[in-house]
Design a protein around this ligand. Structure first.
Ligand code: 5RP
Length: 262
């Protein structure tokens, strides 16, 4: 991958590069999934090669595990790590309270387990992911394949009493077949348009037998690093209430792809 980056890729790269600075020597790091998280993995691999950073990574998907190995990051499982210093991951949407919709890449289950087992979760995102109210992005819900249509019917029934604008539910496909997660499950995408009470919805969905987990991340994310197409970066930290803005030269990221086949 060479050549000029699109503004959105510049934004993702800028956010990832700034977030990589939050990773310190010796840390156990949860590595997210998706195109923004892929930039992070590359930045961390670069920091290991060039600056001597030593970390161990816990990937949230087989795709990220492969990318991490290619980048030279030692990969361990969450049970081996036991607890993580930081998890850095992308998101499909984030709101002002740093509640998230995740799972666009189908890795929401491992992502939530890993983020929850971390001292700190940092989201990296381009500015287009910020929303006033969650729900324009379809909410992914991971369900077991057994009787998934019955589970879908129960989800639809549950949505009737929920504060949402849309109620269409679709099975995520991968070509002609159902998309299958790393845990061998299916994903239902809930086209809700607007989620009035995300906390309540997250709890209610997880009470349905057949539902494994949903893509609402409530009170899990501590910090968001937002990238802009011109290389600016904004770091919003919920704990300290601070907002830092930096102008960041996205530079030439080609060297990050030196040893990596995307
Ligand atoms: C994968 C995710 C991703 O973090 C989310 O879909 C954002 O992806 P991208 O960085 O490619 O926009 O939740 O399950």
């Amino acid at each position: 991958m060479t050549g000029e980056l699109s503004p959105i890729d510049k934004a993702k790269f800028a956010a990832a590069r700034r977030a990589a600075e939050l990773v310190e020597d010796g840390m156990r790091v949860g590595l997210g999934t998706g195109s923004t998280a892929a930039w992070l993995v590359r930045c961390l691999g670069d920091a290991m090669r060039e600056d001597g950073l030593r970390i161990r990574g816990v990937p949230t998907s087989t795709r990220t595990a492969e990318l991490a190995r290619q980048a030279g990051i030692p990969v361990i499982g969450l049970d081996e790590a036991r607890w993580l210093d930081i998890t850095i991951d992308g998101a499909d949407e984030f709101d002002g309270d740093l509640n998230l919709i995740k799972g666009g890449g189908g890795a929401l289950l491992h992502e939530k387990v890993v983020a929850t087992a971390s001292d700190r979760m940092v989201v990296i995102a381009d500015i287009g992911k910020e929303v006033e109210t969650l729900g324009a992005f379809p909410l992914p819900v991971e369900v077991i394949p057994f009787a998934w249509q019955t589970t879908r019917a129960l989800v639809e029934e549950t949505l009737i009493s929920m504060d949402v604008l849309g109620r269409d539910v679709s099975l995520r496909m991968d070509g002609e077949a159902a998309f299958v997660t790393d845990e061998g499950n299916y994903i239902l995408d809930l086209h809700l348009k607007r989620i009035g009470e995300p906390r309540q919805l997250a709890m209610v969905l997880n009470q349905i037998p057949g539902v494994v987990e949903n893509g609402l991340f409530i009170d899990i994310c501590d910090t968001v690093v937002i990238g802009f197409g011109d290389g600016r970066v904004e770091v919003r930290d919920l704990g300290s209430g601070t907002v830092e803005r930096e102008s960041f030269d996205p530079g030439e990221p080609d060297n990050l792809f030196r040893d990596i086949n995307d």
